[in-house]
Design a protein around this ligand. Structure first.
Ligand SMILES: [Fe+2]
Ligand SMILES: [Fe+2]
Length: 135
């Protein structure tokens, strides 16, 4: 279970609200652990992935609009993440799905997401706010 913490605030309303939704989706996936329901877990993972895709797109557009200097590095992190999640899904397609795999996915998602928000997304938020309210 991830609990929302003010330390996760980026300061851009739309991004913060999407981050909260993503945390809720990760928690939903967590709730499926130990249920042995492969199909529900696969659906929840798929939904989370498409939500994340839209979220990364929103951040990418913002970075482009702001001519954000850290754009390439930030986008690369998003891509590495997506590739990693795709890798999990490929394994799943070949039937290598297990309780252990769901645990691994959750551990990875949680760790990656919280680290990414507190570093890259917060830097982006600070930059965006400085542009809107200079000084
Ligand atoms: Fe984000
Ligand atoms: Fe990001």
């Amino acid at each position: 279970m991830i609990a929302w913490d003010d330390a996760l605030t980026v300061g851009i309303a739309e991004i913060d609200s999407q981050h909260k939704s993503i945390i809720a989706l990760i928690n939903d996936l967590e709730a499926l652990k130990g249920q042995g329901d492969d199909i529900a877990a696969a659906k929840a993972l798929q939904f989370l992935r498409s939500y994340l895709h839209d979220h990364f797109e929103l951040e990418a557009e913002l970075m482009l609009d702001l001519v954000y200097p850290g754009r390439a590095a930030h986008q690369q992190q998003h891509e590495l993440f997506v590739n990693h999640v795709i890798f999990f899904e490929i394994e799943k397609e070949f039937g290598v799905v297990s309780e252990q795999m769901l645990s691994d996915i959750l551990a990875f998602l949680t760790e990656w997401f919280l680290t990414h928000i507190t570093r890259e997304d917060r830097l982006l938020g600070a930059f965006a706010r400085a542009q809107t309210h200079p000084g």
